[in-house]
Write a new protein. Structure first.
Length: 202
């Protein structure tokens, strides 16, 4: 039986894949003209760890690669140089972020991106910690209830309610109920907004 060209390609060892991550990360950062200090601020990973990761002196764990994939807005496969499988379908995998399950709904590398988020009951725990970051966010509650602290405002959002805000405003999002809350989220990393073209008459 004849095999396709891809089947004849030599398989790379795990060591070869891991060894190629550092140079790939350095090249990606340099192409985007991002300093290690700026990347450390965005990802929360120290400059020394990032430097060692790029030099191949630090093992590229999932905990390090996920924040970098988000910062560069590229699929995780691009960071590790995963081979193409020949399957044209987009496989978007759920991720864990601060106790939430985040399911990407698009595979765009820029502009407004969409996600579905699942907030477990009573999450995140502890005292609300208001934060700011680059971007603009639009949230639509599908089910359950969501608490949003936005600047001086304390909002209790239920199914069908929508909120949009500039993420430079200090904010905290959590679920303080005993049921899972489902949320649809649009996020513009550079402040892009979802523009309403028309409104119902009346």
């Amino acid at each position: 039986m004849a095999h396709g060209h891809q089947d004849r390609l030599p398989a790379r060892t795990t060591a070869e894949v891991v060894g190629g991550v550092g140079p790939r990360l350095r090249a990606l950062r340099q192409r985007r003209d991002v300093t290690l200090a700026a990347l450390a601020t965005e990802t929360g990973i120290s400059v020394s760890t990032l430097s060692r990761l790029e030099a191949g002196q630090r093992k590229p764990t999932l905990e390090l690669l996920l924040p970098l994939a988000r910062a560069y807005q590229v699929p995780l496969d691009d960071l590790v140089g995963a081979p193409q499988t020949g399957d044209p379908r987009v496989h978007l995998q759920p991720e864990m972020h601060g106790g939430r399950v985040v399911v990407p709904l698009t595979r765009r590398t820029g502009g407004v991106r969409s996600f579905k988020q699942l907030f477990p009951a009573h999450s995140p725990g502890g005292e609300p910690d208001l934060r700011t970051h680059e971007g603009y966010e639009w949230l639509y509650v599908l089910s359950g209830r969501l608490r949003l602290l936005l600047g001086e405002r304390d909002l209790d959002l239920g199914p069908g309610e929508v909120v949009e805000f500039d993420t430079h405003t200090p904010h905290w999002i959590g679920n303080v109920t005993d049921q899972v809350t489902e949320v649809l989220c649009l996020y513009g990393p550079q402040g892009e907004r979802a523009h309403v073209r028309s409104r119902p008459a009346g």
